[in-house]
Design a protein around this ligand. Sequence first.
Ligand code: PGA
Length: 250
Amino acid sequence: MRKHIVAGNWKMNNDLAQTETLISELKHQIKTSNAEVMIAPTATNLWQAYQTLKDNTVIEVIAQNMHFAENGAYTGEISASMLKSIGVNTVILGHSERREYFNETDDILAKKVDAALANNMRVIFCFGELLEDRKAGNEETVVGNQIKNALFHLKAWDFKNIVLAYEPVWAIGTGETASPEQAQDMHAFIRKTIADQYGYEIANDVSILYGGSVKPGNAKEIFSKPDVDGGLIGGASLNAEDFFAIVNAF
Ligand code: PGA
């Protein structure tokens, strides 16, 4: 059975003191949950976040990014084994901001996915179309290609460590959300894309998250759709009460 997941992507927000404050507020609010709950602080605060939450069975600390190489001359980068060595077992890959500002291509992302899986990490793999793609009616082609190019070299069993996150770029940080119907339509297409390649047994087990301006006011309706298994939350994950409300939408 696929899992319900709510993951907070803090992006480049919160210094160490702010990270500690937000985590202590989250610990206070989120005592149990019907969904898996994850937070992704910035890399410099992962260790502290992990230490603060290591006895907490509800909230998992995850990373926002990593490099594909195991080690070596890649100034400024962090490897999968480095994340593992501080207790981080899940990584977000392919976020649209990484694709746009850091030129992460499907080929690079395929290598990153391989490196994460080789290190026994779970991947939250993000993709989504631009506004112009949707206006041109190309959203399914774009999303289908993003999935095929970065994931279709994987073996069926690799999907036990893959979570998919559909994030239409036009909805990220804009306050504009895909309607629950738009999200459901795309999620059903994504599941069919996986099923066509790997079969429905695998496709039905993959969690597909929606991301893009999810807020306490719209989470319940979006999460109620049959192919929406949770959310990747940006802005609203920086406020403990809002994040708690979204987690509680399950
Ligand atoms: P947002 O970001 O919730 O602020 O739109 C979502 C994301 O980028 O993962």
